[in-house]
Design a protein around this ligand. Structure first.
Ligand SMILES: [Zn+2]
Ligand SMILES: [Zn+2]
Length: 384
């Protein structure tokens, strides 16, 4: 089921002020509160939906992420990615988002948990970033060193990440006394919400750094050299610890996850470490036997011996000519499936020879073909 737009859920317009968002939420919360809707089973789900929408829209950081990336901001994380190919970023694949959920629970857990710690450092951890990287099968075979440009944010060098101008220190937020959260009576229930003054950080900056507007980090593209090991496949994730988005106000950086996608190859299909390909063989060679040369994934050539009388679809194997195993172990094999080709555009001499061949086949060896012998025995049985 598609998720509803958060603004729509709260019944406010996209450009709504934080006050309007708050009012919209209160209205919905009263309307949908489970205590008032005992007979309407859908009210509870809608109430939860409204709570979820408000959780995001009341928080300046989360709201900005939502405005920019939509629901995807919380499915896979915020921002980043996409450098490898269009449609990067997040969402799309359920497995990915569930794989990420623990990471992001952790992230938002830290953020929300700031209130309980009381005082101290309010820095929050930077977001994890995802980068989609498409490589060729040959690159997956050999492994590679690749420089990627990751759009992310880095710690501000002007204020050393503190967000405060000229060596001044952030001070405890007066609204929430440094707790990061405030309690408020809303109608008949009390809610605890992120402090609007400090966005839950518990600290405010009187003189924000001019380079980063007090965030302690600035947007920047970073060039990273990544080592892609041999044997990776589509879905392989490579984690670069601490290479994600910088934390707020000197908090720890998130991680960068590189998601590998190996492009389709025109000749080889892959199954784990094994490779498969179809190779055309002339009718004469399939009948007489011989050897054929086939291209291999390492850029070289391999030779396979074809037994005489080979039929189309016969599989030959080149041991050890498949893909390397990512976590050690022996390399896979390469399987070659023969595709026997019927000759076309024959010269008159070739036609003559084939006709002669056909005659010889019928006269001298009528039982040689399984097909003809089965037709013959079928007619025999009908007669009998
Ligand atoms: Zn700064
Ligand atoms: Zn505060």
């Amino acid at each position: 089921m598609a998720k509803r737009d958060y603004y729509e859920v709260l019944g406010v317009s996209k450009g709504a002020s934080s006050d309007d968002i708050k009012k919209g939420y209160r209205r919905k919360a009263k309307e949908l509160h489970p205590d008032r809707n005992k007979d309407d089973p859908s009210a509870e789900a809608q109430f939860k939906e409204a709570n979820e929408a408000y959780e995001v829209l009341k928080n300046a950081e989360k709201k900005a992420a939502y405005d920019r990336y939509g629901h995807a901001a919380f499915e896979g994380g915020m921002g980043g990615g996409g450098g490898g190919r269009p449609g990067g970023g997040f969402g799309g694949n359920q497995d990915f988002s569930s794989a990420f959920s623990d990471v992001f629970d952790d992230l938002f857990g830290n953020f929300a948990g700031g209130g309980q710690r009381g005082g101290g450092n309010r820095a929050s951890r930077g977001s994890d970033l995802r980068y989609n990287l498409q490589i060729s099968l040959e690159e997956a075979f050999g492994g590679l060193q690749k420089t990627i440009n990751v759009p992310t944010s880095i710690g501000c060098t002007t204020c050393n990440g503190s967000g405060a101008e000229g060596g001044s220190e952030p001070t405890s937020c007066p609204t929430c006394s440094g707790m990061g959260k405030v309690r408020a009576q809303q109608g008949f229930f009390t809610v605890e919400r992120t402090c609007p003054t400090c966005s839950g950080l518990g600290q405010i900056i009187k003189n924000p750094c001019k380079s980063c507007q007090g965030a302690g980090r600035v947007e920047k593209d970073r060039a990273l050299s990544v080592n892609i090991p041999a044997g990776v496949e589509t879905g392989t994730r490579i984690r670069l610890a601490g290479e994600g988005e910088a934390g707020m106000r000197g908090g720890p950086s998130g991680d960068l996850y590189i998601f590998i996608e190996v492009a389709e190859h025109e000749l080889f299909q892959r199954d784990g470490t094994n490779l498969f390909c179809r190779v055309p063989v002339s009718m004469a060679k399939a009948a007489l036997g011989g050897s054929i040369e086939v291209p291999t994934i390492d850029g070289g050539r391999g030779r396979v011996q074809i037994p005489s009388g080979s039929q189309s679809g016969r599989q030959m194997r080149l041991r050890g000519k498949g893909m390397p195993a990512l976590r050690g172990g022996s390399a896979g094999d390469m399987f070659i499936e023969l595709a026997v080709e019927t000759p076309v555009n024959l010269t008159s001499r070739q036609k003559e020879l084939l006709a002669e061949f056909d005659e010889l086949s019928e006269n001298n060896n009528p039982e040689s073909s399984n097909f003809f012998s089965s037709v013959k025995s079928f007619w025999d049985s009908m007669k009998g």
